[in-house]
Design a protein around this ligand. Structure first.
Ligand code: FEO
Length: 176
């Protein structure tokens, strides 16, 4: 079924954004791997969870296009950054990715507004709220890592992250 037509400018933006979400998933997997190699199991698990969420975000955009009769076009995913000087640099990288993602979502929303595409506006509003949360946790994580300025502080932050994720998974959240 063709569904409610999508203006071409909005198709372009949604295609760009869901491919960006997939590259963010790849980048989070790289961050998780970097942390796992350093025995930071809490951080690794946390970044794996984020990778899963990014894939869900991409799927949500793709489903929106499919529901409206547009075939989503998957693009090549660039190689992610794999080297970091410190945990602080790793979490700062996560934060800058989220800031970039917020800008991309806003750009897609602008296109939906300009084209008077009401269904896309409603769909993208979910992402706008989601980015407020995503940026808030990034800011918190960077601040916590900055505060954990010794090896002991970092490993207790790592255990703290694991504890939070365990509690969440018992609440029915994502498992690793
Ligand atoms: Fe798809 Fe981290 O936002």
């Amino acid at each position: 079924m063709p569904g409610v037509p999508v203006p071409p400018a909005v198709v372009t933006e949604i295609q760009r954004q869901f491919n960006h979400e997939l590259s963010a998933a790849h980048a989070y997997t790289a961050l998780a791997t970097w942390c796992a190699e350093r025995n930071l199991k809490g951080f690794a698990r946390f970044f794996h969870k984020q990778a899963g969420e990014e894939r869900e975000h991409a799927q949500r955009f793709m489903d929106h296009l499919l529901d409206r009769g547009v075939m989503p076009e998957l693009a090549a995913i660039p190689a992610p950054r794999t080297a970091f000087k410190s945990v602080l640099e790793a979490v700062q990288h996560a934060r800058s990715m989220e800031q970039l993602n917020t800008a991309g979502i806003h750009q897609a929303y602008e296109a939906a507004l300009a084209a008077k595409d009401y269904p896309a506006q409603v769909a993208i509003q979910w992402f706008i709220s989601e980015q407020v949360e995503e940026e808030a946790w990034c800011d918190e994580l960077v601040a916590r890592v900055e505060a954990a300025n010794c090896a002991g502080g970092m490993s207790s932050l790592d255990r703290h992250l694991e504890k939070i994720l365990n509690a969440k998974s018992h609440d029915g959240g994502a498992e690793d």
